[in-house]
Ligand binder design. Structure first.
Ligand code: UD1
Ligand code: UDP
Length: 355
């Protein structure tokens, strides 16, 4: 089988790390990097440290408005699909790279397969929610990570070729955890070995693009007695500079550049609490049994909330403070996102579908 996989942003490299190696045990994969993320610490480091195959193509689209960025990817992906003639176009998650792949693939011959299908935050102000819905409705084969995602697809009329395989980020974490814990030296470099600390990430436009909101979040975190390690997305650094807040928070927080996956897993595993607006990090904290405080009003990863290990606090200082002093604890033994063998199940399902 010939598979053309599309990746472009950080979490997609982590997902491809788990899945590409499995697909390549039996099939030919052309890996296409759209170039949505291009900085070394958001892109190159993942390929270098995780042994992800080097992309066969890098479309080099870079940053732009959503329309221009997606359009540039779409135009180039269409040409590539024409050239490579894959049986399957393989997509991950909910970024603009996902949407471009779905649109290009749906209007051409190959089957379109979507990993992380069926997730819904029910907040259409998030660009990712639009990307999820449209990508699902342009796909042929669906790999939702949970039963709830299966139900959401059904509620939108998608009931055929839906396979709950579990979550591929669980596979990735299980593959990387031991190496991360034995090889990462970051905690020592930060002087945090054996020390209590909070790990935070903030990158959603809703949290970064309004000065008061970003300041309220960071000010509340900085007031905690524990050090706060914050590997900052370039968007967040740009905004802090623009708001004249960068110097202040460089002093009050341990602001560092984004780190590679192995270092980030090591940071998460030892943190007292993870505070984030990321999708993937909510799940990883849950898998690692680390309390997660989510800087959003809603989440598509509701199973982590139901299990008790995650709490939604938005940007409300009182709610953040409460959660930091009474961290959420998972009380459930359920494994809502499968058993960490999603990649194998995906490969086997693809084989049955294409034959
Ligand atoms: C994107 C995804 C988001 C995902 C995130 C993962 C969309 C709509 N958003 O958000 O779902 O959670 O990736 O991290 O697809 N920039 C750099 N260097 C880079 C890439 C970006 O400096 O290598 C800066 C640019 O100023 C750019 C901004 O970050 O404008 C935002 O980048 P973009 O890829 O548009 O969105 P993300 O916020 O990264
Ligand atoms: N991550 C990383 N280094 C960092 C921050 C995050 O390797 O400095 C990893 C994290 O472990 C997870 C993924 O990136 O696997 C999450 O990506 P992000 O939060 O950017 O996107 P989202 O999941 O919200 O789409």
């Amino acid at each position: 089988m010939n598979i053309l996989s599309v990746v472009g942003a950080r979490p997609q490299f982590v997902k491809a790390f788990a899945v590409s190696q499995e697909l390549r045990t039996r099939h030919d994969e052309v890996l296409v990097h759209t170039g949505q993320h291009y900085d070394e610490e958001l892109s190159g480091v993942f390929f270098d440290t995780l042994g992800i195959p080097k992309p066969d193509y890098n479309l080099g689209v870079g940053s732009d408005s959503h329309g221009k960025q997606t359009a540039e990817m779409l135009a180039q992906l269409e040409e590539l699909i024409e050239k490579e003639q894959p049986d399957v176009v393989f997509l991950y998650g909910d970024t603009n790279s996902t949407l471009a792949g779905a649109l290009a693939g749906a209007k051409m011959d190959p089957a379109v397969a979507h990993v992380e299908a069926g997730l819904r935050s029910h907040n259409r102000d998030m660009p990712e929610e639009i990307n999820r819905i449209l990508s699902d409705h342009a796909s042929d084969l669906f790999f939702p990570p949970s039963e709830r995602a299966v139900e959401y697809l059904a509620s939108e009329g998608i009931t055929e070729n839906v396979h709950n395989v579990g979550d591929v980020m669980y596979d990735a974490l299980l593959l990387a955890q031991e190496t991360a814990l034995t090889e990462s030296t970051l905690l020592t470099e930060l002087g945090l070995d054996g020390e209590p600390y909070l790990l935070a990430t903030v990158h959603r436009p809703r949290n970064t693009d309004e000065r008061e909101r970003l300041e309220a979040i960071l000010d509340t975190l900085a007031a905690d007695s524990r050090p706060v390690v914050l590997p900052a997305h370039p968007r967040t650094v740009e905004r802090l500079e623009q708001y004249g807040l960068l110097d202040e928070f460089e002093e009050r927080l341990t602001l560092i550049d984004p780190v590679g996956y192995l270092d980030f897993v090591a940071l998460q595993a030892d943190a007292n609490i993870v505070v984030t607006d990321s999708g993937g990090i909510q799940k990883e904290a849950f898998f690692l049994g680390v309390p997660c405080v989510t800087l959003r009003e809603e989440t598509e990863w509701t199973e982590t909330i139901d299990a008790g290990g995650n709490v939604l606090v938005g940007a409300d200082p009182d709610a953040i403070r409460d959660a930091l002093s009474n961290p959420p604890q998972s009380t459930s033994d359920a494994e809502p996102y499968g058993d960490g063998n999603a990649a194998v199940k995906i490969r086997q399902t693809l084989e049955r579908y294409v034959e």
